[in-house]
Write a protein that binds this ligand. Structure first.
Ligand SMILES: Cc1ncc(COP(=O)(O)O)c(C=O)c1O
Length: 365
C-alpha cells in the first residue's frame, strides 16, 4: 500500500528524546521546549513562539489571546478540518462561513466583506493543503473593519506568501505537528506572533493561568489550560525542524512529478501555484471533474485496489449538525470543490516509481 502521508524520522529524534529521559526533564519545563520555540520562531521569522500540545490548543489560545469571546463572530472557511472551527466554538464565539476561491480552494477575500457585521471580531484564514491565502487582501479588509487575523497554518509549514512564511502574516499564526504533517512531534502545535503581550498571555493561559505575581505560590487569576508542550515532544520537534529544508525540497519534487504526469489527463484539475507564492503542498490536491470516467469516490476505490491510499477533501462544515445553524455566505465553490477533491499520497519517503505508478492509474482508468 502506498500511504497518504506517514511520518519521516531524521534519525536524531531518538538521541534528543534519550537526553530527556536521562536527564529526567520529561514534562513541559524542560530545556527542549524553549529551544524548539527559539529555533521555530527563527525559522519562520516571527518574534515569539509558544509550543502547545497540539494545533487545536494553539488555535484556541490564539483566539482567546486575540480577545475573542462569547457571541463574537469569526469569519472562517467551511472547507477546513473541524479543529479550526471547534477552537472558535470553545470560546462561545460564532463561526461565520465564507466561500473559498475557485483556483486555490482557500478563503476568498471577495466573499468576506458582505459577512462582516457588528459582532465580527476576526478573520481566520486557513492555508489549506499548504496553499497560501491572499493575505494582502485579508489584511486590507481586517484593517478597514478593525478585525484581528489569526492564521491557521496547520497544513502550510514551509509555504510562503510574497516572501513571508504563512502563519507570520496576521496577528497570530498556528501550526500543527501531528504525525502526518511536514514535521511532527507526535502531537503538538505552535503559536507564533510578533506581539509580546499576546505571547505572555498565551504562556500564562497554557500553564493553567498560574499568576507570576504570586512567585512560588499557586494562585490562578483566571481559568487556564494545561496546553504546554512536553520536553519529549519538543525534543522530537527540534530534530524534525533541523531536517525541514530537505523535506520542503522533497515535497516540491513530489508536486512537480504529479504536475508533470497528470497535466494531460482530461478532467483532472491540478492545483494552481501563484507566482508570488512558494507553495509547499502538504498533501497534493486534485479535482476529479465531470467528464472523467469515474466520479471521485469510484476513483478513490480504484486507486485503493491498486494499492494507493487517498483522502477525500474535507466535507463542508456548514452542512454538519454542530455547525449548520451558523451564518454563511454562498457556498457553491466550497461544495463543488469538496465533492470533487481528493488528496494523493505525499509522504516524504515516497519514491518516484510509486508516484509514476499513481499517475499511470489516474491516466488509464
Ligand atoms: C487545518 C487544520 N487546522 C487545525 C488542525 C489541528 O491540529 P492538531 O491535530 O495538531 O490539533 C489541523 C490538524 O490536522 C488542521 O489540518
Amino acid at each position: 500500500m502506498i500511504p497518504l502521508s506517514i511520518p519521516e524520522l531524521s534519525g536524531k529524534e531518538i538521541n534528543y528524546i534519550k537526553e530527556c529521559l536521562d536527564s529526567g526533564w520529561v514534562s513541559s519545563t524542560g530545556p527542549y521546549v524553549k529551544l524548539f520555540e527559539e529555533r521555530f520562531k527563527e525559522y519562520v521569522g516571527a518574534k515569539f513562539a509558544v509550543a502547545a500540545i497540539n494545533g487545536t490548543s494553539a488555535l484556541h489560545l490564539a483566539l482567546k489571546c486575540a480577545g475573542i469571546g462569547e457571541g463574537d463572530e469569526v469569519i472562517v472557511p467551511s472547507l477546513t478540518f473541524a479543529a479550526t472551527v471547534n477552537a472558535i466554538k470553545y470560546l462561545g464565539a460564532e463561526p461565520v462561513f465564507a466561500d473559498v476561491s475557485k483556483d486555490t480552494y482557500v478563503l476568498d477575500p471577495n466573499n468576506i466583506e458582505e459577512l462582516i457585521g457588528q459582532k465580527t471580531k476576526a478573520i481566520l484564514p486557513v492555508h489549506l493543503y499548504g496553499q497560501p491565502v491572499e493575505m494582502d487582501r485579508i489584511l486590507e479588509i481586517a484593517g478597514k473593519f478593525g478585525l484581528k487575523v489569526i492564521e491557521d497554518a496547520a497544513q502550510s509549514l514551509g509555504s510562503k506568501y510574497k516572501g513571508k512564511y504563512t502563519g507570520t502574516i496576521g496577528n497570530i499564526g498556528c501550526f500543527s505537528f501531528n504525525g502526518n504533517k511536514l514535521i511532527t512531534t507526535g502531537s503538538g502545535g505552535m503559536l507564533v506572533t510578533d506581539d509580546e503581550k499576546i505571547v505572555e498571555y498565551a504562556l500564562y493561559l497554557s500553564t493553567q493561568a498560574k499568576d507570576p505575581n504570586y512567585k512560588g505560590l499557586f494562585y490562578h487569576s483566571e481559568v487556564g489550560y494545561n496546553y504546554r508542550m512536553s520536553n519529549i515532544n519538543a525534543a522530537m520537534g527540534l530534530a524534525q525542524l533541523e531536517d525541514i529544508e530537505r523535506r520542503i525540497q522533497i515535497k516540491n519534487r513530489i508536486s512537480g512529478i504529479y504536475d508533470k504526469n497528470l497535466k494531460d489527463i482530461d478532467n483532472i484539475v491540478l492545483p494552481v501555484k501563484k507566482p508570488y507564492c512558494e507553495t509547499t503542498f502538504w498533501l497534493y490536491p486534485i479535482l476529479v471533474e465531470e467528464g472523467y470516467p469515474l466520479n471521485k469516490l469510484r476513483l478513490m476505490e480504484k486507486l485503493f485496489e491498486f494499492g494507493v491510499e487517498t483522502r477525500s477533501f474535507f466535507m463542508p462544515l456548514h452542512l454538519m449538525k454542530p455547525y449548520k445553524h451558523h451564518k454563511h455566505g454562498m457556498m457553491g465553490i466550497t461544495e463543488h470543490v469538496s465533492n470533487h477533491g481528493i488528496n494523493l499520497p505525499s509522504s516524504i519517503g515516497i519514491c518516484e516509481e510509486d508516484l509514476i505508478r499513481i499517475c499511470k492509474v489516474l491516466g488509464t482508468v
